[in-house]
Design a protein around this ligand. Structure first.
Ligand code: ADP
Ligand code: MG
Ligand code: MG
Length: 889
């Protein structure tokens, strides 16, 4: 295999092999943009190294050959004493993991070549600044020295010189600092800072490989669901220098606003600085627009390049650039991360610009983003004290207790507190705390600061660069304008959509997107907001494309009506057990414990009209749309008194010598019906077969309710669903009885009801014998919650808390199989059962009614295996509609 690609050899479609950064550096190179020459070591090389602990044999030679070529192009050798070629060694995986892995700049500098660099540049200060940066970065990332030690030494140098920022240190100061840094390396790493440039480069390459498995990187991948086995590529890129004085600098930019999608000039620029200074918020940056004043030529060129990139990638791009003495260099680009709202707006903007079509627009958004837009926001009308305003970096409304370090954030959130992580700026070590917090507030850094980039990626509320807040992390407090002090534990609220910071708890209001789905805000209206407009259009694209229908899981009229407003095309699962709770519980208890026919009949008779009324309302609210009613499913014990409590009552009565005959009888019955594994016990169709009259009562209630709706000129479309069927015989028996009841009701009312009868497929045996079961079923609804439990052999209630975390950490699951369908196992049963069912009955209707029905990835799967509909909770319906549309385009 070829392990090394020159920038001229790659392209943007080689992300698997070259990582995102490498693939796009190559793409820009081939577009003729000014990219410093270099080469990329593939992810394959990284994987081989990580698997075997050794670099693949051919790698060293290939690197040498590419380095020779690079040296020839540049006309100087790596670390050459009188005029050194310097390179950066940069990580870059397939998916962007900002700041999660390592990069080392200025490789090639040594005690000798630093002199040569100074002479060539005519600038001592610059050369020594570059050298101290190399030792610092190399020490920290390659040799594992605690980075704080370098920071402290740098601070000490500034204090000694009585200056505020590093640019005010002079060559002599930096020279001393280099000596200091080398000493730190020697003591901490037990070795000298390597003077051989090739050794520097090789060690840095290995360190980048290894950073793939760093704790930070692993945590980030888990959070972002990036597979652990991709590995990172390594980019070796000749250095360009932003720290060569005021006519040099470095910056980051977006081709449009990643928060709103608006076109314009968005980014940050820092004069006389190198690489990470911008992102780290070391000094305050200026707005990109100010670059026009500073260096008009480079600014114009940059604007031109941004346009080229947008038209080439047909999307928002973010970029890193450096200006070296008036010469612009492109150091990175990628299709940029954006907020959920911006994703919807940009997708429609690009359609309007004629750059992409509707199908492509659907690929530019996703269900997770839509779900995020459905979160509530702060109430603008609320009387609260605004104390600061920063940059709206990642939208949402977050309320919590202020904490000033990551450790406390994690600790407090574990004990159930909501916290806001407040920092001057964040760095990758804060990742744990950022995950634990409701929101993130920083006093420094722009839209491209670490806090902003990572929060946006996580969909977490973030306000950054709120400069008027004085954050003192050491004393765990922050001073707001006017002098008020917020101590650790004080409640604050931050609005990531406006950038506002408030003291105390601000009440929240529903999101405009929900208001829109609820029909309380209309697209096309004069004052409709841009976001609602974009969501409206994208939903229309999705509805036009999708083949899957979307139904709701709902068991009362209120939920059903909301579901309809959200676009539900029926009810896929009405659970009847909720209708048996509350006052009716006693009736059910009597029914179950009945020892004479008379008692049983009596309780059924009392239940019938109550059930019927439930259905009349439900059918009315879903008039004209299918409503699948599932007959009683839950295990018995849910309707029986608690066995321990009852035992105590009996024992107490006994000791007091009070009469307790009834309790005793009840206790005996409860003992008789007690089960070790109720979820695998007497429930679903088994209950229906064991308790005479129960299912027929329910069927009668459905039939009579339908007849009543017909009489009222309604259009009821009930479907009767039998749960937990394992064999066709069970279904046949229930069906026969049901058909008879329906015929009776039809005869009595003169209505033609057209009720269909089907079953859930939620046991492996049902799936395996689906061909037979389809003979007695007009529809299947896959109950993928139970099917997941029974296929894997674990009980959801028990295992999620106990070993799932361990399984996720060990990578046995990427995600809980209850959240996203396990395609290989459970999914293949679904696919096979669907096929077998349709072989028996070609017009068999197929749906799914587990939680998976509203999970984006699962919706795609159900589309692929040819189901007719998914059913999910009312709130997830828009997400399911969108994903069904995406799946079909
Ligand atoms: P990350 O993935 O964390 O952004 P990068 O590899 O992009 O890491 O590098 C970190 C910083 O160093 C970036 O600001 C980048 O622009 C800068 N940088 C990387 N390589 C060079 C180079 N050859 N010359 C100048 N600056 C560089
Ligand atoms: Mg970068
Ligand atoms: Mg079930």
């Amino acid at each position: 295999a070829k392990f090394v690609y020159d920038f001229t050899e790659g392209n943007k479609d080689l992300k698997d092999l070259l990582g995102g950064k490498g693939a796009n550096l190559a793409e820009m190179t081939n577009l003729g943009l000014p990219v410093p020459p270099g080469f990329t070591i593939t992810t394959e090389a990284c994987k081989t190294y990580l698997d075997s602990g050794e670099e693949p044999a051919a790698l060293r030679d290939e690197v040498s050959a590419h380095l020779d070529a690079l040296e020839a192009t540049m006309g100087k050798k790596l670390g050459q004493a009188d005029d050194p070629l310097l390179v950066s060694v940069r990580s870059g995986a397939k998916f962007s993991m900002p700041g999660m892995m390592d990069t080392v700049l200025n490789i090639g500098l040594s005690d000798k070549s630093v002199q040569g660099l100074a002479k060539q540049a005519g600038d001592d200060r610059f050369a020594w600044d570059s050298y101290r940066r190399l030792i610092q970065m190399f020490g920290k990332t390659v040799l594992g020295v605690d980075g704080d030690l370098f920071e402290e030494a740098l601070e000490a140098a500034k204090t000694a010189k009585k200056v505020a920022v590093d640019t005010e240190l002079e060559a002599a100061d930096l020279k001393k600092l280099v000596t200091k840094f080398k000493k730190i390396v020697k003591t901490e790493a037990g070795r000298d800072f390597p003077q051989d440039p090739r050794e520097q480069m090789d060690l840095a390459i290995k360190a980048v490989f290894e950073s793939w498995n760093g704790e930070r990187a692993k945590l980030y991948r888990r959070q972002e669901r990036i597979p652990h086995d991709l590995g990172t590529a390594v980019n070796v890129c000749s250095m360009v220098f932003g720290n060569l004085g005021p006519d040099s600098g470095t910056g980051v930019a977006f081709t449009r606003d990643p928060a709103s999608g608006h076109q314009g000039v968005y980014g940050d620029y820092l004069q006389n600085a190198q690489g990470e200074d911008v992102v780290a918020g070391i000094r305050n940056t200026v707005a990109l627009a100010d670059l026009e004043q500073i260096d008009k030529k480079s600014y114009d060129q940059l604007m031109q390049i941004m346009e080229t990139l947008e038209n080439h990638y047909l999307d928002l791009c973010d970029i890193e650039f450096t200006i070296e003495r008036g010469q612009l260099w492109m150091l990175q680009t990628r299709v940029g991360k954006r907020t959920a709202g911006a994703a919807f707006r940009i997708a429609t903007q690009l359609v309007d610009q004629g750059l992409i079509d509707e199908a492509e627009a659907l690929q530019r958004v996703n269900g997770a983003q839509l779900a995020q837009l459905m979160f509530p926001r702060f109430d603008d009308e609320a009387k609260v004290e605004k104390v600061g305003r920063g940059i709206a970096a990642s939208p949402g409304a977050a309320v919590g207790k202020a904490v000033f370090d990551s450790y406390t954030a994690v600790k407090w959130s574990r004990s159930g507190e909501k916290v806001i992580l407040v920092r001057r700026e964040t760095n990758p070590d804060d990742l744990d705390g950022m995950i634990a917090a409701e929101g993130i507030l920083t006093s420094r850094g722009g839209k491209t600061s670490h806090a902003a980039v990572v929060a946006r990626g996580m969909g977490k509320t973030c306000v950054c660069g709120a400069e008027e807040l004085e954050v003192d992390t050491k004393r765990r407090r922050m001073t707001v304008p006017g002098g008020h002090v917020v101590e650790e534990g004080d409640v604050i609220s931050i609005d990531g959509s406006s950038g506002k910071v408030y003291l105390g708890e601000v009440p929240v209001v529903p999101s405009p997107v929900v208001e829109y789905f609820e029909g309380r805000m209309h697209a096309g209206a004069e004052d409709a907001d841009e976001l609602v407009e974009a969501v409206h259009r994208i939903m229309a694209f999705a509805d036009r494309k999708r083949r899957l229908r979307v139904r709701a899981n709902a068991d009362n009229a209120e939920d059903a009506l909301r579901a309809r407003r959200f676009g539900a095309q029926g009810i896929g699962l009405c659970r009847t057990e909720h209708m048996f709770l509350g006052d009716r519980r006693e009736l059910v208890e009597r029914l179950i414990l009945a020892d004479t026919e008379a008692v049983r009949e009596e309780s059924l008779k009392e239940l019938l009209p109550l059930q019927k009324q439930d259905f009349v309302q439900l059918f009315e609210s879903m008039d004209g749309l299918p409503v699948t009613v599932r007959l009683l499913d839950p295990p018995l014990h849910e309707f029986l008194p608690d066995i321990t409590e009852l035992s105590v009552r009996v024992a107490l009565a006994e000791s007091r010598q009070e009469p307790h005959e009834n309790e005793l009888r009840l206790l005996q019955a409860v003992h008789r019906l007690h089960e070790q594994n109720p979820m695998l016990g007497l429930r679903g169709v088994r209950l229906g077969l064991v308790i005479p009259g129960l299912f027929t009562m329910q069927v009668r209630a459905i039939a009579e309710a339908a007849a009543e709706r017909k009489a009222a000129k309604g259009d009821p479309r009930a479907e009767i669903m039998i749960p937990l069927v394992g064999t066709v015989q069970e279904l046949e028996i229930v069906r026969e009885e049901a058909d008879q009841v329906i015929a009776e009701v039809e005869a009595a009312t003169g209505a033609k009801l057209k009720l269909s009868i089907g079953t859930m497929i939620e046991l492996p045996r049902a799936a395996l014998t689906a061909g037979q079961i389809a003979e007695a079923a007009e529809f299947f609804s896959f109950g993928t919650n139970d099917l997941t439990q029974t296929v894997w052999g674990f009980s959801r209630d028990d295992v999620e808390a106990s070993f799932f975390t361990a399984y996720l950490e060990k990578g046995i699951f990427g995600v809980s199989p209850f959240e996203t369908i396990d395609k290989d196992g459970v999914g293949s049963l679904v696919a096979a059962a669907a096929k077998a069912g349709r072989a028996t009955r070609p017009d068999l209707k197929l749906g799914v009614c587990g939680e998976h029905g509203g999970d984006p990835e699962s919706v795609h799967f159900f589309h692929e295996v040819g189901l007719d509909y998914v059913s999910c909770s009312p709130f997830r319906i828009p997400v399911a509609r969108l994903e069904a549309g995406r799946a079909a385009s």
